[in-house]
Every structure is written in C-alpha cells, then in structure tokens.
Design a binder for this molecule. Sequence first.
Ligand code: KG4
Ligand code: ZN
Length: 333
Amino acid sequence: PVRPLILGIESSCDETAAALVCGDRTILSERIATQEAEHAPFGGVVPEIAARAHTERLAPLVEAVLEEAGIGLRDVDAIAATAGPGLIGGVMVGLVTGKALAFASGKPFIAINHLEGHALSPRLDDETLTFPYLLLLVSGGHTQLLAVDGVGSYRRLATTIDDAAGEAFDKTAKILGLGYPGGPAVERLAARGDETAVALPRPLVGTAEPHFSFAGLKSAVLRAVQADPAPAPENVAASFQAAACDCLVDRSRIALDAMPEATAFVVAGGVAANRRVRHSLAALAGEFGLRLVAPPLALCTDNAAMIAWAGVEHFRLGHSDPLDTPARARWPL
Ligand code: KG4
Ligand code: ZN
C-alpha cells in the first residue's frame, strides 16, 4: 500500500464504521453497521441505544477490516477516530477505542472533527480537487457553507439559525408518516409528486446574509397536511423538496459571490445523496463556471473512510494528538 495507511473509526451518530485508507486514495477495506432498525421504532436516533450499539459492534468491525486487508495493527501508520461533534456517548466509544488501539500498537493517534471528515471527503474521491473550494455541508445535524482553504483551514460563511436541512427532511417524513430515516423516503415519494402543487415558504431567500432556516418550512408542511382537504402526500413531499432546494441554492449563490477564488463547488453530507438537490446545485455551479463535486452516495452519508482520509491528510502534515484528547459533543470547525 502507498503510505500513509490509516485506520479510521466513526461512531458519532447512528453508524458504526471502520475503514483502512491509503495515501493513494485506495480504500483497502471498509465496514459499516447501521442502527436504523434499533432507532426506527422511536422515529429518530436514541443516544443511549446508539452508544450501546457502538460498544457492541465497533471492535469486531475493526477486526474485520484488518482481516479483509490481510494486515495487522503493526502495519498501519496511524489511527484516526472521530472526537466530535456528535452524540457524546457514541463519540466516546469510538474515541476511546481509537486511543486504546494507538496505545497498544505504539502508533500515533489522530483526533478527527466529524465535520472535517465530511469537508475533506470529496478529495478522497477526486484527486483533481484542489484548495480553495466552497463546501455546502448538508447533513442531519448541520447545514453550513464553508470556505475550505486547506487542511485545517476552514472559514464558516453560513450556518442554520434553527433546523438542519436533513432534520427538515426527517421531520417532513414524520409528518407524512414515512418513518425513519426520512430523507430517502421523502425523495422516493417526491418522485411521483408535483412540486408546484403546494405553496410553501422559502425562509430567508433573498436576504443578504447567507444564513439558513428550515423551521418555518417544516411548520408550513405541517399546516399544509392539516388543511381540509389535505393535498396528496406525494405533492407535499415534492413541494417540500423543491422549497428546500431553492433555499440551498439561494444561500449558496451568496457564498459563491463572496468567494471568487473557489476552484469548485462541493457538496457533502447525507442530504447530498438527494438527486433533486444535486441537480439544483449543479445548475448553480454552472452559473459560476464551476463544476459541482459531489462524492458518491456512500461517501456522502456517515462513514469511516472519510475519517481515515482526513487522517491521511493530517498525517502528511505531521499532525497527531495526545491520548488525553477530549470527546466533544459540540466542536465547530
Ligand atoms: O451525514 P449524515 O449521514 O449524518 C449526519 O447527520 O452527520 O446525514 C444524515 C441525514 C439525515 O437527515 C437523512 O434524512 C438525510 O441525511 N438524507 C437525505 C437523503 N439521504 C439521507 N435527505 C434527503 N434525500 C436523501 N436521499
Ligand atoms: Zn455526518
């Protein structure tokens, strides 16, 4: 393998994951265990259940990725684990596991900010992507526009003042009785709907500050569904999805205007899996003569390859972290 070879660990939400990634972007092996079934009855992630599931699954996943690659801990150059932000119980499981493996093997430990994992993940897929670029990070916990100037050099240009975009998808799914996780279910239903059928607001669209807001959109979806007669669910889903896309595009346009040095417009995070979102953002990138870089779906949602890759980027710069590195529920980039 091309050095460095990094073991990555992710456990900040409801995916337990381990991966081995090399300096030449090869993912040697990768395992991910989702907890969808455990959380589905509750309509969302239950932190306590998540932490217990990570505790049971993580070590066997690490064993499995090493075995599949046919290597031992002695062969890796460093161990990278998510140290936050996220659900603290889960973060602690992955962080402590990563530190223990580093301690036992004598290898360096690298603490990764989960958001940085998402921010750098497009470079794992695309070797031509160079700094600086504008990143739209849209996940269940975050909706941010970041100027990515280099590894460890991020400027937050915008964030949400209430809900995250993924949260709006999840809440809309709940209102429509689609269950959890909501984003993919809303997208599937929306494919059969008319996105002009239900009039919904576009919060903050047209304002100069590039902030996001989705709470009002979610409330409008609830009011629409409670109307008599209620619109067809597929039309609600499609109209919601179109409104959310309009918000993402309008806010991103302001950030692109403010960042003429950007070499690309990049989207990452779970909501980037949405095809309507990708199409809208690609059209926007085209307006600025930029390409839209969107990692493959498996790299968009939570995974350990992106954590290992962030580890590769930091290892190359000579970074490592002490074994008393704290777990952080909140950790702005
Ligand atoms: O990045 P991610 O896996 O986890 C974090 O929040 O960090 O993102 C999960 C979010 C959820 O809110 C989920 O509903 C949303 O991404 N999502 C989608 C789609 N797939 C996942 N939203 C819209 N359309 C999708 N196809
Ligand atoms: Zn995430």
